[in-house]
Design a protein around this ligand. Structure first.
Ligand code: ADP
Ligand code: MG
Length: 397
């Protein structure tokens, strides 16, 4: 179990009547005022409901998009307030700012079980700067701080970290679920443990691979990332996406793999095209047969079969990063097949990463996974052993 203190470790009486500053991650995709996917809102409901049922006065805060410290009309939280209200079946008061006399007035009027949603916290440049005075103003609104914004917990911002210098800080229910999941992956995984790592840039994943090597039994590499390893091994990769600055680190990992006695699986074949937008000319070739004028955009059937073998009997599977450029239908085969393999497996299956999760949803397999993390960057940061500012500030049991 992770060592952080949960909101549920507090006596309900200690919450009743208290002003609770709840930082959630309600950063949902919105197009022309319409919410396109409200998974993050749904994931945040249990903590809000727990607090209101305990009789807290909830001051709810989130960011939305990247307004860079300015008021951007399209990034106001009004559609989110409406959606929350319809799920929670209570009116949600929505404020147009986050601090100042009007907010203090609104907070003083809150009754037990009320929810006040503050405006997009990133309308204030002080948020991302983690300005101590701003953090203090936020803290002054409340008696208790609850952190439920797992997806933003790798940010050292005023509402995710700074505020906790002035208030007792507890993990929300979603945060606890995420922390428990990653804690058990890192400290007591069931073996065989297989990690599947794909995606575009190796630089964002090197830390995770290094941290996982002593823990896992098998590492499977897919996506564009594989080409950096393949090039480091001397293969011709043609025009495939590659991180030339990371060849040395890729070699280091390959050496570490030998020492750690981990099975390291690189693609055996690839779907190749003359250029990214020439899907009609796609071919499947052996990994040794990529010509100089082609680029690899997806893993091929041999690789999928190999991954299937490697996953047989697995007890824990962690997946981050698609196997190819799956957004293009013609290049989605490998990623969809891997999603299906995970869905079929009896293993504990944990998926982190924004694009990997979209791929799972595209295949409508989200119910078949043990845990879909709500944080891409945050889950990678935890798995690479970093201390996350928004988690470090939480009280321990
Ligand atoms: P996640 O969000 O799950 O962590 P990443 O952001 O690391 O995943 O990587 C996802 C991106 O990688 C996708 O946009 C996908 O198109 C791209 N990608 C994967 N394989 C390839 C490839 N072979 N060539 C080009 N792009 C690729
Ligand atoms: Mg991504």
């Amino acid at each position: 179990m992770n060592p952080k203190k949960s909101l549920q470790n507090l006596a309900k009486q200690a919450i009743k009547g208290k002003r609770v500053f709840l930082r959630a991650d309600l950063n949902v995709p919105i197009q022309r005022g319409v919410i396109k996917d409200d998974e993050r809102i749904i994931a945040s409901l249990p903590t809000i409901q727990y607090l209101t049922s305990c009789g807290a006065k909830v001051i709810l805060s989130s960011h939305l998009g990247r307004p860079h410290g300015q008021v951007v009309e399209a990034l106001r939280l009004n559609p989110i307030a409406e959606r929350l209200s319809s799920y929670l079946k209570i009116p949600i008061q929505k404020a147009d700012s986050c601090v100042g006399p009007e907010i203090e007035e609104k907070v003083s009027q809150l009754k037990e079980g009320d929810v006040l949603l503050l405006e997009n916290i990133r309308f204030y440049s002080e948020e991302s700067e983690n300005d101590p005075e701003f953090a203090k103003k936020l803290a002054d609104l409340a008696d208790i701080y609850v952190q439920d914004a797992f997806g933003t917990s790798h940010r050292n911002h005023a509402s995710t970290a700074g505020i906790a210098h002035y208030l007792p800080a507890y993990a929300g229910l979603l945060m606890m679920k995420e922390l428990d999941c990653f804690d058990s992956l890192l400290t007591q995984p069931k073996h065989p443990f297989v990690a599947i790592i794909g995606g575009a840039k190796i630089s964002t994943k090197i830390g995770v691979i290094k941290k996982l090597l002593p823990i896992v039994d098998v590492v499977i590499i897919g996506g564009a990332m594989a080409f950096t390893f393949l090039k480091a091994k001397g293969y011709e990769i043609g025009k495939s996406l590659v991180d030339n600055d990371k060849l040395e680190e890729a070699r280091d990992i390959l050496n570490a793999v030998d020492k750690a006695r981990v099975r390291f699986i690189l693609p055996l074949d690839q779907v190749v095209v003359p250029s990214f937008d020439q899907a009609d000319d796609k071919q499947i070739v052996d990994i040794t047969q990529i010509s100089a004028d082609k680029m690899g955009v997806d893993i091929g059937p041999k690789t999928v079969k190999e991954i299937g073998h490697a996953l047989t009997g697995a007890k824990t599977i962690f997946w981050n990063g698609p196997m190819g450029a799956f957004e293009v239908d013609a290049y989605s085969y490998g990623t969809v097949q891997v999603a299906k393999l995970l869905a079929k497996s009896d293993s504990i299956t944990v998926v982190g990463g924004g694009d990997s999760i979209s791929a799972i949803k595209l295949s409508k397999l989200e119910d078949q996974m043990t845990h879909l993390s709500t944080g891409g960057g945050a889950s990678l940061a935890i798995l690479s052993g970093q201390s996350l500012p928004g988690i470090a500030i939480l009280e321990e049991k």
